[in-house]
Design a protein around this ligand. Sequence first.
Ligand SMILES: C[S@@+](CC[C@H](N)C(=O)[O-])C[C@H]1O[C@@H](n2cnc3c(N)ncnc32)[C@H](O)[C@@H]1O
Length: 334
Amino acid sequence: MGTEMTDLLGFLRCPRTKSHLVAKGDGFLYSMQGGYRYPIVHGVPDLRLFDPPYTTREEELRIVNAMAEVAGDVAYESLMTFYANELAQYRDPERIQNDIRHRLALLERSPSRLVHLFEKACVSKLPAGSVALDLGCGSGEAIGALIEHGAKQVIGIDISLIELVLAKKLLSEQGVAALLVAGCAEAMPFSDEVFDFIYSPDVIEHVSDQSIYLQEACRILHKEGRMLLNSPNRYSLFTFEPHVGIWGLTFLPRPWIDPVCRMLGRGPYVGKRLVSLPELRRLIKGSFVLFDIFARNSNPKSSSIVGRIYHALSPISVSVYAYIADQHVVLVRK
Ligand SMILES: C[S@@+](CC[C@H](N)C(=O)[O-])C[C@H]1O[C@@H](n2cnc3c(N)ncnc32)[C@H](O)[C@@H]1O
């Protein structure tokens, strides 16, 4: 068993029983209680209790096997374009190009967004020796930046094995040491109070149960631990819906959103649920007592007419503005 797996086993628990897991060298992890077993897929333990929203497990395995076959011979960028061109389920050329562009942009954007979110929430470097979780880590573009910001050990968890295979490649290319695991945010394979810091940007709108996602985050955070996340605003006046690019779509009653999105040729609208400021507050209060919510990217320029009115009417305008801002940044303290 590699040292990486030994390190990971120190953190991992059975997501059902929370008992320790053991590796017997046959490609599975076994729970000490309950008799559960979980596969290790191309070096990544798969501790998911339910399927990813975007594909079936069989289709995902086909894709992951094909990626793993070429991963040793090509660079991250080629692996990512191979996935988008050859393997992704969507065949629309425009969508393929958008996906590639988006993923390339993330390589630059993720680390700078982390700096921006840390600044917005007034988080300075993490205390020495911090253990951090990148919750919904995607292809791991932010993990290096978490280490640069003081984390001694970072674990990345995501429901998508495809993202984790990409993350593995990216991190090895960047020379970044991190542990990766496939798991559900709603049933995390960790024991209570193990993380000092959880970073979870652009994830709350994708999980299947937002309350349980936050309850789980609270459970695995240390007593003085913190979590930093951001959430696109359901009622943003200033931006298009960030996934399908339709202004005002999420102002509609929820049952209408998917059919309208399909009707406009951008659907289906699945695996996404944007929340408003009051709903975000209610969700956070369900798990945490201490938290701050900041509006992001939305103060109008002081040189514009709107900006002048905004600044003249401060602080009332500042509170009103939070309801229609692009995004909310949340810092919680346990
Ligand atoms: C928009 S991406 C954000 C990725 C990364 N945090 C970033 O900012 O680039 C959302 C990620 O959340 C993951 N995700 C969605 N539902 C999840 C769940 N229930 N548990 C764990 N991860 C989930 C997706 O697979 C995807 O990688």
